[in-house]
Design a protein around this ligand. Structure first.
Ligand code: AMP
Ligand code: MG
Length: 287
């Protein structure tokens, strides 16, 4: 899915690496828009109105994506694949303006599958890395591993401690060129995800076009958010919320984070340099 992974496992069970690879292959086979034969790619080619049975893992991600879409007032939208394509961040370059429609109104989710109600395309790039981190962590635990750090494309989850009995200390990601004091968190039983406009972007007429797209305007965000980091028990939730809060922006995004008790940090680009906001839940965690 255009990203890298790494894992540090203390006293690794014999099958650890094979198990991790199998989990990642499963996520790619189901949820990669870059693979034309993946389940998500086939779903996106289904005739409008036709139900398709989906694997349970994909149902979990789809349901969670729809939930976060609803909770974020549509800032997160797992069905904006066509917009992602239009702005050049997906595997397909779409030239015409895509059909409008959000996940909330354009995808119907049933017990074991889903169907498109309009010509939209699912895109799980804002949530699937987190799901994969959780899947790998669960699989490692099932093998008997208790102490590990898993990372996929900058989303991390830690369990237990390092061999020196220290927790898995991780520095929150900071946009390149921003001089901010490092912020360290201990990832024991916790996941961290960061969305940022420096991760993937194009420059056009001197402007930064972020890969975070505002479904409200149909265009890359222009809200000044440089990055959002979320800490959560679930890497999938951290990933989806980081994307949602980035898109919702400094006002609405931060109030969403507070409303849902999320431990989050937002860095906003202002004329006077970067401005950092921490939610009360994060301040408590760092205290
Ligand atoms: P992340 O780095 O987790 O914030 O994910 C960014 C990716 O999610 C983009 O490359 C798009 O494929 C997709 N995306 C962009 N905007 C949104 C949005 N508003 N809701 C859900 N996914 C999005
Ligand atoms: Mg995300």
């Amino acid at each position: 899915m255009g990203t890298t992974w790494s894992a540090s496992v203390v006293d690794p069970p014999a099958d650890a690496e094979m198990t991790i690879r199998a989990k990642l292959d499963m996520v790619i086979a189901q949820m990669s828009n870059w693979d034309a034969d993946s389940v998500i790619s086939r779903f996106n080619r289904q005739p409008i109105g036709a139900w398709m049975t989906l694997p349970v893992e994909m149902m979990t991600v789809l349901r969670t994506g729809m939930d976060i879409s609803r909770l974020s007032g549509g800032a997160f939208d797992p069905a904006l694949g066509q917009l992602v394509g239009q702005w050049g961040f997906g595997p397909h370059v779409a030239n015409e303006a895509p059909a409008c429609g959000s996940a909330a109104t354009s995808v119907e989710v049933g017990d074991h599958g889903a169907r498109r109600l309009a010509d939209v395309a699912l895109d799980f790039s804002g949530i699937a890395k987190g799901f994969a981190v959780d899947a790998v962590a669960d699989a490692l635990r099932a093998l008997g591993a208790a102490n590990f750090l898993v990372e996929i494309g900058g989303e991390l989850r830690g369990a237990g401690v390092k061999p020196d009995i220290q927790p898995w200390w991780v520095d929150m990601e900071t946009p390149p060129g921003m001089a901010l004091p490092p912020m360290r968190v201990a990832l024991s039983g916790l996941a961290i995800a960061t969305s940022g406009d420096y991760r993937r972007f194009h420059m056009a007429a001197g402007k930064r076009l972020s890969h975070s797209i505002d479904p409200g305007t149909g265009a890359p965000i222009q809200n000044g958010v440089a990055c959002v980091t979320v800490l959560h028990d679930s890497a999938m939730m951290a990933d989806a919320w980081a994307t949602a809060i980035t898109v919702a922006g400094p006002g609405k995004g931060l109030s969403l984070a507070r409303e849902h008790g999320l431990a989050a940090r937002m860095i906003v680009r202002t004329d006077n340099g970067p401005r950092e906001h921490l939610t009360p839940a994060l301040e408590m965690m760092l205290a």
